[in-house]
Design a protein around this ligand. Structure first.
Ligand SMILES: *Cc1c(COP(=O)(O)O)cnc(C)c1O
Length: 344
């Protein structure tokens, strides 16, 4: 039984006992699946993942709810997105049933690492990567699916602590007609240089613009972005941005519970001074208010650095559904461990 100071948890890796693995030949079926001890995986230096970044991932959280049960939030959405990500870079997709079984097994095998209700979450990281070796630039002959996990605290320090964004004009995250919509490993390290520069200048994250015109807002590092203006909720349309499951859930809540009108469209960076509130969404970031956006010309401040009322309402609804304070009217919660056999 691990001893954690649950209140001190941050968003870093705390290894757990077990991970789930499976393997597949190019053109074959996934097999040899099951739980093993968490630990290193031997890999050839010629593996496709190491040489050509043929690798995709997912990120999802299991929560301990008020009744002590453990639940996932819309896990089938992660399974379906991982199929799309894999197909985008010619990786054999993991069927939805295998994905869900792998995630559930990883949770139950590591139950002691799941934080108490409200003290963080149990982050699951499914990956599929090419471990087959070959020299030529083409899909590798062999693949591995792994699900590992870690208890985590908040991604940005402090729940609902507003962050500052720095607009990146010199680096783009994703090209149009590229791989930005996929949770593809190769999309991420390319943003480290701009992210480190933003952090060194006192910002928590980078705001990326579209690669074609360098004027439309795409997203913030590893989170989607939203703006509020009166009764309107405005967010960039799908295309080269990552199709966030939190993004889709927030759109649903705003439309069906708050009666807001939703605009998914191009948002010019010069429009941002017209908006009342700004926040980011993602499994890791949950809903993170944005207090400032610094552009080439200006710094726009929202709500004088406080949390905006719509941001707060959406956050309370979203977290309320996850933890069990609010009715799960859309069927988003999948119970993995029921409260009766929970050891908490
Ligand atoms: C994962 C991710 C998100 C958020 O997606 P969720 O499904 O809400 O966790 C947003 N942007 C990028 C680039 C991501 O990788």
């Amino acid at each position: 039984m691990p001893k954690y100071d649950w209140d001190a948890l941050d968003f870093s890796l705390h290894p757990t006992d077990k991970m789930f693995i499976a393997e597949c030949e190019l053109g074959g079926q996934w097999h040899h699946e099951g739980l093993v001890d968490f630990g290193p995986i031997p890999i050839s230096p010629a593996a496709g993942a190491l040489n050509y970044a043929q690798s995709v991932f997912e990120g999802m959280k299991a929560f301990r709810r008020h009744d002590d049960s453990v639940a996932l939030f819309r896990p089938e959405k992660n399974a379906q997105r991982m199929i799309r990500s894999a197909e985008a870079i010619c990786i054999p997709p993991v069927p939805e049933s295998l994905f869900l079984n792998a995630v559930t097994s990883t949770i139950t095998a590591n139950e002691h690492y799941i934080p108490p209700c409200g003290k963080g979450a149990f982050y699951l990281r499914p990956i599929i990567f090419a471990d087959g070796d070959h020299l030529g630039c083409r899909p590798a002959p062999h693949y591995r699916f792994v699900v590992y996990a870690s208890p985590v605290g908040n991604y940005f320090k402090g729940e609902l602590a507003p962050i500052k964004l720095f607009t990146s004009y010199d680096y783009h995250r994703a090209a149009s007609k590229g791989t930005g919509h996929a949770k593809y490993a190769g999309n991420y390290a390319g943003s480290y240089a701009s992210m480190l520069a933003a952090k060194a200048a006192g910002y928590q994250s980078t705001l990326y613009l579209d690669a074609q015109s360098n004027c439309y807002i795409e997203e913030a590092g590893t989170a989607n972005i939203f703006f509020v203006s009166g009764n309107r909720l405005i967010t960039p349309q799908l295309g080269s941005i990552l199709e966030g499951i939190t993004r889709e859930s927030i759109i649903t809540l705003a439309e069906h519970k708050l009666g807001m009108s939703i605009e998914q469209r191009n948002i010019d960076i010069n429009e941002i001074s017209d908006f009342d509130e700004c926040f980011c969404t993602g499994t890791a970031a949950v809903i993170t208010p944005v207090s400032d956006i610094t552009t080439r010309n200006d710094t726009i401040c929202y709500q004088n650095g406080a949390v905006g009322p719509i941001t707060q309402t959406l956050y309370d609804m979203y977290r309320g559904i996850q933890l069990g304070d609010q009715e799960d009217s859309f069927g988003w919660i999948k119970t993995v461990i029921t409260s009766t056999n929970s050891l908490a």
